[in-house]
Design a protein around this ligand. Structure first.
Ligand code: FAD
Length: 472
């Protein structure tokens, strides 16, 4: 018997582990371990849990239609997985396990414990790197060290993919046979424990089929204009595929393949190349996470910045969380996050930089808050994005980056449409005042004045970073 162990790869297409299991001798079965304690300890958003569990139900049905039973085991936390897997292996006479590799520290430790247990049972495990386009330890600088500068990494990433990219197909042996989806009751019980308002779930469709449709729609409608439009939050210009990519209902290989095919159309070439760059960022942060375990212990990528003394001000933090900072673009973005479980990339940078630099709150508080709300909450991308924004991470620019929230607003939401939608108190203002409502306080009695001034932030923050560097 061959066993496919599903984790964050909830699909049947472009899935090497499934493909290889089907090509091996003997029948195939599958398993997924629900680890809610693990989700709790990482503050995983209820919306993301809902997305994963519904995607799991769809996967179970899809596999059953192809003669494969998906077992779902309620495992609590990762420490329970080796024993629970061992029981399943004994019960079904499993000889080989196939899975997609995972790189965060806890996942790697879980897999080491499983490997030791399976070794005792004489069961072979084969892992595949399908959650990324380029496996995280493949590309090294001339000195043999991991890449920490994105532009240099991207150059090598392009070359590697040119030589090695292939996309696994759906094996022919997946003929229509039927099996039973054995795990539905366990998934439904777990779903009963997830409480998410319909106003949030109505916005999203879990599962592989919806993700494939969304990819097709995005490539057909928006990819060509991606470079031009992607920074403007009032436009529907980005793919909204991050939840699918992080739960694995869609593979990065399918995205890359679709974008490369679209490049044969000259009109789409530039947009597609730009979008492929985002898939490279995704891989970049995954290889950073895999090769710098201190990130998984909550530490900064730049060790000297762990000496920074952040303020710990609950009122400021709460105002940021609730979109009451008095800076319209920041507030609109935070309200979008809480109301939809997603935030536009430009705004993730603006809000993260605002919390860490203007409000001088520890970036880890913001990282946790994002995780508690994002449908696409993903440790590598979230930590990478937060550390980049807080200047504790991999940003390679030679100057100190502090976004001016008003300039960002004037530049990326010039007409104030995004702000007017999410901060309706401001919708009557003209497209000049909407970025600086404090200039007309009588028109907006219900909107707060700026919680901190922008003036002086750069100097204060630069001094603190200098101090930390000297003290290190
Ligand atoms: P598109 O623009 O269509 O991009 C396509 C895909 O590329 C995305 O779905 C995503 O998988 C990947 N991607 C795009 N930008 C980045 C990036 N900067 N870093 C890594 N991958 C990227 N992304 C997450 O998936 N999960 C997170 O928890 C997360 N947290 C973030 C926190 C901060 C502070 C910042 C600055 C960025 C974060 N990002 C995160 C990256 C990015 O904002 C989202 O991936 C993107 O907004 C998702 O929208 P989309 O699917 O429409 O992206």
């Amino acid at each position: 018997m061959n066993l496919v162990w599903y984790r964050n790869d909830l699909r049947i297409h472009a899935h090497r582990a499934l493909q290889e299991a089907l090509q091996a001798e003997g029948p195939v079965t599958a398993v997924y371990f629900i680890c809610e304690d693990q989700w709790d300890s990482h503050g995983v958003a209820p919306l993301r849990r809902w997305y994963v569990l519904h995607s799991l139900n769809e996967l179970g049905e899809q596999l059953a239609q192809r003669g494969i039973t998906l077992h779902v085991v309620d495992a609590g936390d990762f420490s329970q997985v080796p024993q629970k897997l061992a029981s399943l292996v004994r019960e079904h006479g499993v000889e080989r396990i196939f899975c997609t590799r995972e790189y965060p520290l806890n996942e790697r430790r879980r897999d080491e414990a499983v490997a030791a247990e399976m070794d005792k049972q004489g069961v072979a495990i084969r892992g595949f790197d399908d959650s990324v386009l380029v496996p995280p330890t493949t590309l090294r600088t001339g000195k043999g060290t991991p890449y920490t500068v994105f532009s240099a990494y991207k150059k090598r990433w392009d070359v590697w993919l040119e030589q090695h990219f292939s996309i696994p197909g759906l094996p022919g042996s997946m003929a229509a046979k039927s099996a039973k989806f054995a795990g539905k009751a366990v998934v439904d019980k777990a779903l009963d424990r997830v409480s998410v308002p319909a106003s949030l779930t109505d916005l999203w469709t879990p599962g592989e089929q919806a993700a494939a449709q969304q990819l097709e729609y995005f490539v057909g409608r928006h990819l060509g204009q991606y470079r031009k439009h992607r920074d403007f939050p009032s436009l529907t210009a980005t793919s909204s595929l991050s939840a699918a990519l992080s739960a694995g209902t869609l593979s990065p290989a399918s995205c890359f393949h679709a974008a490369r095919q679209a490049m044969s159309d000259a009109g789409a070439r530039d947009g597609a190349a730009c979008w492929i760059g985002e898939l490279a960022w995704r891989d970049f942060y995954r290889q950073i996470m895999a090769q710098y375990p201190r990130l998984s212990w909550g530490r900064a990528f730049r060790p000297e910045t762990d000496l920074l003394e952040w303020d710990n001000d609950d009122d400021l933090f709460q105002a940021w969380c609730e979109g009451r900072t008095g800076y319209p673009l920041v507030d609109a973005a935070m309200r979008q996050l809480v109301a939809t479980g997603w935030m536009h990339n430009r705004l993730r940078m603006v809000t993260a930089m605002f919390l860490s630099k203007h409000l001088w709150q520890d970036w880890r508080r913001g990282e946790d808050f994002f995780m508690q709300h994002l449908i696409d909450g993903d440790f590598a991308a979230n930590n990478g994005g937060w550390q980049w924004s807080a200047s504790t991470g991999t940003d390679a620019v030679p100057y100190f980056r502090v976004f001016n929230p008003v300039r960002q607003s004037q530049r990326f939401d010039a007409e104030g449409k995004f702000i007017a939608y999410w901060v309706p108190e401001l919708k009557a203002l003209d497209n000049k005042t909407i970025h600086e409502p404090w200039k007309q306080p009588l028109l907006v009695p219900d909107y707060p004045a700026p919680i901190v001034p922008h003036a002086g932030v750069r100097e204060r923050v630069t001094e603190s970073f200098k101090g930390a560097k000297q003290a290190y």
